[in-house]
Design a protein around this ligand. Structure first.
Ligand code: SF4
Length: 451
């Protein structure tokens, strides 16, 4: 069995309660940092661990923390980005649902490291069960003296608040999230200044993903150097992967980074292979915004090396023949899936979620949706493929926030790797409507919420 650090006790009854979480070694990291470490020591351990942001960008967490400005007399904030809503990604929700105290413990460790005394968990508004679960966990931790004034007699004070989000995908972009947290419309800000200098209420702020914050607990317990020995290259530690689509066992898996992609898809420990004895056609490896790869390129790099579940290996070949680890939303498509239809589905999502501030994204996402639908519905012309390519090129890199790129990349990759499928739709308009193509199954396969 692979090593687990975040989901170690996931099957223990009552692990969502303070009592059982504590019995299993919970809140030891808080005791360690408050009683034996300085904030600088904690930052140093996180740097040594090599932890990279688990929300999608993969930026080194310790380095991000060290950018935080520390002007005298100005509060600093830690904001947890729990606005998970990338299609195919549901691992943060899983963690918050089943092991909420792992996040609360990580919030205390991280807030202490950053010198924050008020911290927020911004949770997607639709996740009301998780909001209630987190509020209960915070109340339990406070009752046991792990939150509030003078925690464990250390002199350190901390309050954590849960804030329901606005129900928009764009609020997962860190500056849009901060706008929303301030009570405004969730429009991304132009950067610089970055949140580390002028974030929440114009004060220095770190925004970290749920999984990144929870990962600070095993880093403190093991020590940064020991944590860095897990995984490979610059991909250290473990990673939660939400696996969905045409696989035998959809769900959330904690993997050790460096696992071969082939093993992740086909072994019984993880996805269990392709459902219904079908063949794999393609994979979206890191949530809907990363480039789709055909089956041969997800299993091996263009150079013929086994593709690994790491930031580096998945990106090998750039966007020509590679992709990204992204948020860890791993969607598998079998041979019956229509790439044009699925790309149209993604494009509809991004058009709907564009905040509309910049025209390449506002107009371009709409055009991509329309042209994809035209081709998919059997009304396309060959020139539409070039038009689609042209539109996505004009979006990429020309927008305020990364949503524009996120909308453009899947379209570019679909044309790059599956152009023949676009052409087939155009050349066979009637047949393309009767073949049994469907949408990949992105539905959340999780069990009902733990009570
Ligand atoms: Fe809004 Fe799209 Fe521009 Fe981002 S890229 S600021 S979502 S219009």
């Amino acid at each position: 069995m692979a090593r687990k650090l975040l989901l170690t006790h996931i099957d223990v009854p009552g692990i969502n309660t303070f009592e059982v979480y504590r019995q299993k070694g919970g809140y030891v990291a808080v005791e360690k940092v408050l009683k034996t470490m300085s904030p600088e020591d904690v930052v140093e351990e996180v740097k040594k661990s090599g932890l990279r942001g688990r929300g999608g960008a993969g930026f080194p967490t310790g380095m991000k923390w060290s950018f935080l400005a520390k002007p005298e007399g100005v509060p600093r904030y830690l904001v947890c980005n729990a606005d998970e809503s990338e299609p195919g990604t549901f691992k943060d929700r899983y963690l918050m649902t089943h092991v909420p105290h792992a996040l609360i413990e990580g919030m205390i460790v991280s807030s202490f490291a950053l010198g924050a005394h008020t911290s927020y968990i911004y949770v997607r508004g639709e996740m009301m069960p998780q909001i209630r679960i987190l509020e209960r966990a915070i109340a339990e931790a406070k009752e046991k003296g792990f939150l509030g004034k003078n925690i464990l007699g250390s002199g350190y004070d901390l309050e954590i608040y849960v804030q329901p989000g606005g129900g928009a995908y764009i609020c997962g972009e860190e500056t849009a999230l901060l706008e929303s947290l301030e009570g405004k419309r969730g429009n991304p800000r132009i950067k610089p200044p970055f949140p580390a200098i002028a974030g929440l209420y114009n004060c220095p702020t770190v925004v970290n993903n749920v999984e990144s914050i929870a990962a600070t607990v095993p880093i403190i317990n093991l020590g940064g150097e020991e944590y860095a020995k897990i995984g490979v290259e610059r991909s250290t530690g473990t990673k939660l992967i939400s696996a969905s689509g045409n696989i035998v066992k959809p769900g959330v898996y904690e993997i050790e980074l460096g696992l071969p992609v082939e093993e992740f898809i086909y072994s019984d420990e993880y996805c269990g292979g392709i459902a219904n004895g079908k063949r794999m056609k393609a994979v979206v490896a890191g949530g809907s915004s990363v480039p789709i790869l055909p089956a041969n390129l997800i299993l091996k790099t263009a150079a013929g090396n086994n593709r690994l579940m790491t930031y580096e290996s998945l990106a090998d070949g750039g966007f020509q023949t590679g992709t990204m680890l992204g948020s860890g939303g791993f969607i598998v498509f079998d041979e019956d899936q229509c790439i044009v239809r699925n790309t149209w589905n993604f494009a509809r999502f991004y058009h709907h979620e564009s905040c509309g501030q910049c025209s390449p994204c506002r107009e371009g996402t709409g055009w991509m949706e329309k042209v994809l639908h035209k081709i998919e519905s059997g009304h396309g012309a060959m020139a539409d493929i070039d038009l689609l390519w042209d539109v996505q090129r004009k979006i990429e890199g020309n927008t305020i926030c990364p949503l524009g790129d996120a909308a453009a990349w899947p379209v570019a990759a679909a044309i790059r790797h599956f152009r023949d499928e676009f052409e087939w739709h155009i050349l066979h308009p009637e047949e393309s409507q009767t073949r049994n193509y469907g949408l990949a199954h992105y539905a959340d396969p999780l069990q009902p919420i733990v009570s």
